[in-house]
Design a protein around this ligand. Structure first.
Ligand SMILES: Cc1cc2nc3c(=O)[nH]c(=O)nc-3n(C[C@H](O)[C@H](O)[C@H](O)COP(=O)(O)O)c2cc1C
Length: 149
């Protein structure tokens, strides 16, 4: 399923965590199940990129509202007000309540590694020769490294 919506402002905590997210305004009636997903995002400022998608109330920070937010590895621009199309490729895990923000940050780092690994495995399985330009665009320019708190 494809989720389309505009990027609205979040609570800005993601920036402090080191994982700024784009919060998508979508109809709550079509929200997917809560969880963390590997996804693909398409937007005019982005092209098609891989993303880590979080859906839920963010129990660690005591969120009440369910939000649909995406982290795009390697992307540093401003997406406020732009329209994005997101498709969910695979569920990685459920939402969890962490006892500290450091714990959440470590888990997000692991989620991002899992998302990128998922894509690389997918490309390796592909019987055609992988398109290198497409692969590096999807993965972004940033090298993914272990982020220790
Ligand atoms: C990949 C990913 C996984 C996440 N997993 C959780 C989670 O398990 N539990 C949780 O409370 N919040 C989770 N979040 C949401 C963060 O709490 C949220 O991005 C952070 O609070 C910043 O939100 P803000 O920028 O709207 O303030 C996740 C976010 C991302 C990008």
């Amino acid at each position: 399923m494809l989720y389309c919506g505009r990027v609205v402002s979040g609570y800005q905590l993601g920036r402090k965590l080191g994982y700024p997210t784009a919060n998508l305004k979508i109809d709550p009636a079509i929200f997917p199940k809560d969880g963390v997903y590997a996804g693909k995002v398409d937007g005019s400022k982005l092209g098609v990129r891989l993303a880590a998608v979080s859906v839920g109330t963010r129990p660690t920070v005591d969120g009440k509202r369910r939000v649909f937010e995406i982290y795009i590895p390697g992307f540093k621009g401003n997406l406020y007000g732009t329209k994005l199309k997101v498709s969910l490729l695979k569920k990685i895990r459920g939402q969890k309540k962490f006892s500290s923000l450091q714990g959440l940050k470590r888990q997000i780092a692991q989620d991002v590694r899992n998302v990128l690994e998922f894509k690389i495995k997918g490309l390796a399985k592909d019987r055609q020769t992988p398109d290198r330009k497409k692969t590096s665009r999807l993965l972004g320019s940033r090298k993914v490294q272990s982020k220790k708190a």
